[in-house]
Design a protein around this ligand. Sequence first.
Ligand SMILES: [Zn+2]
Length: 453
Amino acid sequence: MRSLRISLMSLILLPICLGAVAAGAQERIAIKAGRLIDGTGAAAIEKAVVIVHGERIEAVGKASSTEIPRGTRVIDLSSDTVMPGLIDGHSHPSIRAYTGDKGPNELLTEIGLMEEPSAMQAARGVRDLRVDLLSGVTSDYVVGELGDNDLYLKQMADAGVIPAPRMYLSGSWIMPTGGYSPEPETNGPWAMRIAVRKHFEQGAHHIKILLSSSMPTGPNAGHPYAPGATNFTKEELDAVVDEAHRLGLKVTAHAIDAYSIRFALEGGVDSIQHANDLTPEVVASFLKSHAGFINTYVTMMHASSFTPQDWHFLDAEANNPQEWVDHARDLANRDIAKDQSLQEYLRKRYAQLKLAKDKGIPIGVGTDDMHGLLDLEIEHLVNAGFTPLEAIGAATGMGAKVLDIDKEVGTLETGKYADIISIRGRPDENIRDLGKVNFVMVGGKIYSGLSFR
Ligand SMILES: [Zn+2]
């Protein structure tokens, strides 16, 4: 991953060496918005303008008070709601939920997709990144790929070879022996520190640890790790967190059960992925640590209902992101209608999410391996009692805060990346309007002409 840093360096140096060329690329674009949601949590304003210069936002405000410089290219979205691009806080570009034989362990089969021939993974990654992008996702927070897939996909995206959201990379996840497979195993505090250093050296943006692992294999399969469901020792967790922070990297932890979540938070982890059990003690730990979490509803509750035919619908039949979201929503609703325990779980989860939000815990959303379905994650929060604007915040400004990428993305504010979408509707009034994506820009680059298939 060293070459990534070299290419970043050359990006920094380019404007100095090739000033004239770089200046030519710094186009100024004015986006006229019928309505504007800025992602900060503020209510929509009518008739606004966003001025984009190069890859950044130069100005944003009411049309009446925002001057459009002479010679600026104007994009008229005065029938749309303009808003920040969405942030998928948990993404694996090269895998999808159940796409073939389930085998003895469905999740292992899913992760096994990361061991397929690289061309197959690349093809899936290219497709999934396009789906993410056209569904309005402009940032993918990637939390684990094997074989440097994430790095290579990002390099191709940065080179303009494939369309993709902005990608924040973790490299492979880090975990001790005894959990997910296939996976490099890291045992002992010094090995943990070395793994973090290697990830840093290879260009990782953050460190992903698999803290709770429910899948021991062999004769002890199904036997719980003790205590709780983590096989990290305290000294291993401390080593990862200390080394990452020493190098300026944040740590995000896959943690499902209450024990693991609290263990992570008390160990200084910066964000939690999934956080499926928000007991009062867990809520107290979140409040004490000021960390937030990424909620991943669809993959947790409905992934196993998706068949190869459903993914075929996404790839070969759906004409736009909304048709895919509608298809998936129907599937999820069928799951819920026929399963009383799922209905009970949802009631409990909604109460937990509402409590967490009311207590001020930062909450974001992620699709995991359910590409194109971030809208359903956002809808899930509305079902739990969030206002549509609060739920949109989880995928924009608040989501960016959870992941500590809020200095760059998440809101439409001067100086941030011009990651902007528009919606043919009013998602702050009717959340399902989020499917009506009309315009997508990432870092000043417009992707709206792309077809979904
Ligand atoms: Zn995941």
